[in-house]
Design a protein around this ligand. Structure first.
Ligand code: KG4
Ligand code: ZN
Length: 350
């Protein structure tokens, strides 16, 4: 089995080929950071145009690098939501055209399912497992019961975790993308100089909230006579410590629910761009150890947006016979757990 995967839902244009065992035959990612940097964030129209400019060439390269021919493909999978609709349309239409020309199935992949299933091919994680999905547009904790089967235990009530990183970075002049910049600056900062709140820590439930923390950071920054390198580093360190502590607290609560409802479950998986953060990974290792769970986080390049995860989700779906018609409509909003109350950071991208 060989599956071509296409990812265009945000600011990475990507294509990859994987086989049914999870071997990566090729992968190409083109980041649009340079295109969006002048605007201090992602501009949907700019993203859509850039996907259109680069996608066919990237697919060509992924196919050439893979060493297989189009005729050898078993299916073509593309992110069909949630995400910025212009880019999603570009990827879906391209995938449908390939499916039609080569007479192979088209598979519409939920981008979040791509993040969710990555740990299955990197670490062979068995269902069910607990998943912390933390990215620029999403922050939620779910039980992954199977392919296409998710139960959401908690989600953010306001900002996504990556969004909070990006906004704080902008506020203290660290630029975009904010997550890696905050992480770097925090290494030279004093995490205890500012006493930032740990949102929802100790409160019942497994939801997240970051807007109060963001406001506390803004007030602290405004009270400073100037924003120099040391002040920015101290704020970055204080913010990161508060956010990580808050997330770890929510995850510990979700673990209690998971362990009582799924006695066979052993593993916590972290995925999405923010799962690249070392401080967060360290905290999750400790939280997992305390509750006797394994912790798995895919390599950083597979935590941030990529097409390998889309190709792999396509392969998992193909094995179960889950393919889609060429009339499938892209879904800008597409929650993993349709039964959970709709909230912003859970597949309902603002
Ligand atoms: O999963 P992703 O690549 O794209 C989305 O689907 O949103 O996540 C991007 C987000 C951005 O907000 C970025 O600032 C954040 O992930 N991020 C990080 C780190 N690397 C990327 N946040 C904290 N620490 C990092 N090292
Ligand atoms: Zn993503």
């Amino acid at each position: 089995m060989f599956v071509l995967g296409i990812e265009t839902s945000c600011d990475e244009t990507a294509a990859a080929v994987v086989d049914g065992e999870g071997r990566v035959l090729s992968q190409v990612v083109l980041s649009q950071i340079a295109e969006h940097k002048p605007y201090g964030g992602i501009v949907p129209e700019v993203a859509a145009r850039a996907h259109l400019t680069h996608l066919d060439r990237l697919i060509d390269k992924a196919m050439t690098d893979s060493g297989i021919a189009y005729a050898d493909l078993s299916a073509v999978a593309a992110t069909a939501g949630p995400g910025l609709i212009g880019g999603v349309i570009v990827g879906v239409m391209t995938a449908k055209a390939i499916a039609m020309v080569h007479d192979i199935p088209f598979i519409a992949v939920n981008h979040l399912e791509g993040h969710a299933l990555t740990a299955r091919f990197t670490d062979n994680v068995a269902f069910p497992y607990l998943l912390l999905l933390v990215s620029g547009g999403h922050c939620q904790i779910l039980v992954v019961e199977g392919v296409g089967r998710f139960r959401r235990l908690g989600a953010t009530m306001d900002d996504a975790a990556g969004e909070a990183f990006d906004k704080v970075a902008k506020l203290v002049g660290l630029g975009y993308p904010g997550g890696p910049a905050i992480e770097r600056a925090a290494r030279d900062g004093n995490p205890t100089r500012f006493a930032f709140p740990r949102p929802l820590k100790g409160k019942p439930g497994c939801d997240f909230s970051f807007s109060g923390l963001k406001t506390a950071v803004r007030l602290a920054a405004e009270a400073l006579p100037e924003m120099n390198e040391q002040n920015a580093a101290d704020i970055a360190a204080g913010f990161q410590a508060a956010l990580v502590e808050s997330i770890a607290d929510r995850v510990a609560r979700a673990m209690a629910v998971f362990q009582s409802d799924y006695p066979d479950g052993r593993t916590l998986v972290a995925s999405g761009g923010v799962a690249a953060n070392t401080a967060l990974r360290e905290a999750l290792v400790k939280t997992s150890a305390k509750r006797g769970m394994n912790f798995v986080a895919p390599p950083i390049a597979l935590c941030t947006d990529n097409a390998v995860m889309i190709a792999w989700a396509g392969a998992e779906r193909l094995k179960l016979g889950l393919v889609d018609g060429l009339d499938f409509k892209p879904r800008p909003r597409w929650p993993l757990d349709p039964d959970a109350v709709p909230v912003r950071g859970a597949g309902v991208k603002a």
